[in-house]
Design a protein. Structure first.
Length: 267
């Protein structure tokens, strides 16, 4: 039976603790794993995504550039299938916990990407920023300003004010895949815990004109789909979902045109 078959009728779904008890070895869906540095001539199918961007702009490497990722979104993220996955990274200090929407299916690839996107979009706390050494603070502020510029590889002003987690990545915003990195997990968590995986962040590459046009096409398609969904909700009498707001302690910084040395943190 295929490991990555879609649905609730393909084998058990375990908790991380149960996986440890039965001695199962965790494997990750190949869609979510890094591209090997070297190997066979045929390129591994993988996901391309600048984590600054919305999850609707994720692209599967074998699809046309203008096509947003859909094939494989509902496949299980791991084998055995798990009710919970937890993500750590050497690039940021936060834990990303992903709970399966359907415990009979387990965490899916799409849920992994959505969870990462949601986590990266959160405002940081003042303590996160103040804990950085001065050299990293400067790099984070540089990233903050660039991410809100008009360059095609960043969201620009729609990111809003306030420092976000993704700003802490600097230029390392390319999704590099997930790994079952036991040594990295042990270094970051002081213990090798079941159900923990490591997010690899890569340096984003300069976009070609063809890639810029393809991304713009995916953005238009995503916007059209969202508008159609809202219109359908209104016609059917179902209330549309209200836009979620983020409330918390953020870090105030100067606007992209402001002076880098003059910034303040909100209490």
């Amino acid at each position: 039976m295929p490991k990555w078959a879609v649905g609730s009728h393909y084998g058990p779904v375990l908790t991380p603790f149960q996986m440890q008890v039965v001695g199962a070895t965790l494997e990750l869906n190949p869609l979510l794993t890094p591209v090997p540095d070297s190997g066979p001539g045929v390129e591994k199918i993988h996901l391309r995504w600048n984590m600054l961007m919305e999850s609707s702009l994720v692209h599967r490497s074998c699809d046309p550039l203008q096509v947003s990722w859909s094939v494989g979104r509902t496949e299980p993220a791991s084998f055995p299938r798990l009710t919970v996955l937890k993500i750590v990274s050497e690039q940021f200090p936060w834990l990303i916990e992903i709970k399966a929407r359907d415990p009979n299916v387990g965490v899916t690839c799409g849920e992994v990407i959505e969870a990462i996107a949601s986590a990266m979009d959160k405002l940081t706390s003042r303590s996160d920023y103040e804990a950085l050494p001065s050299s990293l603070k400067r790099k984070v502020l540089e990233a903050y300003r660039y991410n809100r510029s008009r360059n095609p590889d960043v969201p620009g002003g729609k990111m809003g004010e306030g420092l976000k987690r993704v700003d802490f990545l600097g230029q390392m915003t390319a999704f590099g895949g997930l790994e079952v990195g036991r040594e990295v997990v042990k270094k970051l968590c002081n213990v090798v815990a079941p159900g923990f995986v490591v997010l690899k962040c890569d340096k984003r590459e300069f976009m070609t004109q063809e890639e810029v046009r393809a991304q713009q096409a995916r953005e238009r398609a995503a916007s059209h789909a969202a508008s159609a969904s809202r219109a359908g909700s209104i016609r059917s009498g179902r209330p549309g979902s209200a836009a979620s707001s983020q409330i918390g302690i953020g870090v105030d910084v100067e606007s992209p045109s402001g002076s880098e040395d003059e910034h303040s943190s909100s209490d």
